[in-house]
Design a protein around this ligand. Sequence first.
Ligand SMILES: Nc1ncnc2c1ncn2[C@@H]1O[C@H](COP(=O)(O)OP(=O)(O)OP(=O)(O)O)[C@@H](O)[C@H]1O
Ligand SMILES: [Mg+2]
Length: 453
Amino acid sequence: MSKRIFGLETEFGITFAPQGERTYTPDELARMLFRKVVAWGRSSNVFLGNGSRLYLDVGSHPEYATAECDGVEQLIAHDRAGERVLESLVADAQEQIAAAGVLGRVHVLKNNTDSAGNSYGCHENYLLRRQGDFTRVSEILVPHLITRQILIGAGKIVVTPRGAASYAFSQRADHIWETVSSSTTRSRPIINTRDEPHADAERYRRLHVIVGDSSMAEPTTLLKVGAADLVLRMIEAGVPMRDYALANPMRAIREISHDISGKAPIELSSGRTMTAIDLQREYLGRAKAFIELNEKQPHDDATIELWERGLDALETGDLSRVESELDWAIKLSVIRRYQERTGADLADPRIARLDLAYHDIDSERGLYSKLVKSGLVRTMVSPEEITAAIDTPPQTTRARLRGDFVAAASRARRDYTVDWMHLKINDLSQRTVRCSDPFKSVDERVDKLMEQL
Ligand SMILES: Nc1ncnc2c1ncn2[C@@H]1O[C@H](COP(=O)(O)OP(=O)(O)OP(=O)(O)O)[C@@H](O)[C@H]1O
Ligand SMILES: [Mg+2]
């Protein structure tokens, strides 16, 4: 598939930093965050005018699922727009808190683990054609997904029960229990195989990758999604790939995460051993050869360049090559600078706070935003593009139909129901409009429906 539909779902962590005695549980915070949403959409599960879905599932992790995007830069803008949407909810919750006379701040974190040991995810969605062998997709993709964390991991301080601290590549690796399965929670697999394409099921499949860390830095998202897209295109084109099946995938994913050199030997089913760096070099090498011979996508060159630079940085131990682009390296550089200044060791609570602050979505106080403002982190989309994505859907996918419909229906104060595929005005005996082609951004039936508003 040359053009592909992408979507990113992000679950956020929420905490309250009290400045007095009164504090709030995550549940209470979630309810305050969603007050505006419920008032607007009469539900804590809504689709917005930019085509995205915003909801509060069981538990207290707000989730934002981007609209369907057909380009990686567009996806980055929509992912970032989700943070701004959450930030506006924080502002509202903060007002409720002030009105109650309580002192303290609400923090929304785009990370993947909380202090109680819970994990919440960042799911990647990739549209695939139905024809083709899905087993082959997972066989080739899984070793990539297990080893890519040395590049796109969000980084994390891990403290053992005895108090020894180390730095790991990934937030999510320790919380994954299977390679492929149809469950997302109980056994938490790398790839979720529940067959729910949100599209014409005869033509399409939706690949649902749930192993990834959430990304703060835009180039990290580029590499995460751009490299997976390249591997998928090679699979779809039938490029012969060697068998990199790992002897023990669940042990490998943890060992790789905890070996910050990237050079620990990992055993393959074939009996060979390779390092995560070697394995990534194999995928990168194939991808480079592939784009020489095939139609290039706009994100390919930048993806390949960063992919290669990331592996070189690991190989040589020279982090400065990626310390403004890859989350784990950005955060590790910040931590190291702080340690040099203060002499704090990795187990110091101040360092744990730095780790969290990096994922704070607050565009003023969050550490990530401060680093961007100081020129220490590279961005790929402009603030204007992000602002536009807060209320404008992607114009080139089905999301345009949904977003425009939602915006118009709520302006007209009409009762409506939508999901990824369907649009309906509730008080009409009219049939539901079914949009089963995610690439289709223009549809006469939807125009007619809009006229009824
Ligand atoms: N046909 C498609 N192909 C690829 N991605 C899609 C397609 N249709 C929708 N998406 C994307 O998939 C994501 C779906 O998000 P959502 O949170 O609703 O996931 P889900 O897996 O259906 O449900 P849940 O999270 O409730 O288990 C969105 O980011 C959306 O843009
Ligand atoms: Mg979801």
